[in-house]
Ligand binder design. Structure first.
Ligand SMILES: [Cu+2]
Length: 345
């Protein structure tokens, strides 16, 4: 019995060191991740205890009851031990039930957004994320206030995506035709990365978005600034007719460049003015020549290539790779600005 205990304690020390010394999980940045981490540790401690007892018994038995040389006799007949069997059925059952209970409590707490969450709409499409805050503030970057629950309402324009910020634990699929929800309450400021964690097409690996957690006052002023900028942009567009042509052109090309980035075009295309060098689709620096080859005016050709990618498939490339949904997900202004940006106007 003492020997079994010694071996079990040694096994427990080794496995505890492996569990503690290696950083298996990222440093938590949300209340939900704290609870998830607790669940992991709860199950890990139970696992280490069971593992150590089993290893102690196995190693001791293999060593103490090993067969002697030249011993060809059968072992003594054993009928089993009813008390022991009841114990090793009930104890593991209770442990598994306790893990299930802890998990259920954590899942329900993690889904609770409290009475005053910040609601953020999330739009996922191949291969980009967009966020919308109350007051129609749109952003390509996810900005969150410290210690306030953020409830995401998520929609997909095309296929199944999945939202995940590793340090914040929570993970939820974004499914076309369904609005899924998830709650995250950040517990430390800093910058993080939102990752699409459901294989969604060729550009999947590029489908990421920057995340910033700010102190609540800083967040409030960020949101106010975005609101003012949004209102300003709308006003600028309205007065564009009477304003100088150069200024309108500048705003349009800025929108074109911004749309190229936010729609994820750069994940597949090399285009010098945007500074991208991806190779999944053809380079876009010689579109004039391609339009001539197709025998179409340049702007019409570019617009068609974006809205209806399969109409003309560039030689050497497969149809159906470029997302077919830009006609629906881009606004007419964004589309015009994108065509102007690509044609170099
Ligand atoms: Cu995705």
């Amino acid at each position: 019995m003492i020997r079994v205990t010694v071996i079990a304690v040694l096994a427990a020390i080794v496995t505890t060191l492996v569990a503690v010394l290696i950083r298996w999980l990222p440093e938590s940045a949300s209340e939900q991740m704290d609870r998830i981490t607790f669940t992991y540790w709860f199950a890990t401690v139970i696992s280490i205890a069971i593992f150590s007892i089993v290893i102690g018994l196995i190693v001791y038995s293999v060593w103490a009851f090993r067969v002697q040389p030249e011993d060809d006799t059968d072992g003594p007949p054993i009928h089993g031990n009813t008390k022991l069997e009841i114990a090793w059925t009930i104890v593991p059952a209770l442990l598994v039930i306790s893990i299930g209970l802890v998990s259920a409590v954590v899942i329900s707490k993690n889904a609770n957004a409290g009475s005053d969450p910040l609601e953020v709409k999330v739009f996922a499409q191949q291969f980009a994320w967009k966020f919308e805050y109350p007051g129609e503030v749109r952003s390509d970057e996810l900005v969150m206030p410290l210690r306030r629950p953020v409830e995401f309402h998520m929609e997909s324009a095309d296929v199944i995506h999945s939202l995940w910020i590793p340090q914040m634990g929570q993970k939820q699929d974004v499914v076309p035709g369904v609005t899924t929800k998830i709650v995250i309450t950040p517990t430390r400021t800093g910058t993080f990365t939102l990752i699409c964690t459901e294989l969604c097409g060729l550009g999947h690996a590029t489908m990421r978005a920057p995340v910033r957690v700010l102190e609540q006052p800083e967040f409030a002023s960020w949101l106010a600034k975005q609101r003012a900028a949004g209102a300003g942009a709308a006003g600028g567009a309205a007065s564009g007719g009477t304003g100088g042509g150069t200024q309108a052109g500048g705003a349009a090309s800025a929108l074109g460049k911004q749309t190229f980035a936010s729609a994820g075009c750069g994940g597949c295309h090399a285009f010098e003015p945007a500074g991208t060098d991806a190779q999944i689709g053809p380079g876009l620096d010689n579109l004039v020549a391609d339009a001539k080859k197709a025998g179409e005016p340049e702007d019409a050709y570019i617009e068609q290539s974006i809205v209806e990618p399969n109409a003309v498939v560039v030689a050497g490339y497969q149809p159906g790779v470029m997302p077919q949904t830009f006609g629906e997900t881009l606004s007419p202004e964004e589309l015009d600005a994108l065509v102007a940006f690509l044609s170099g106007k």
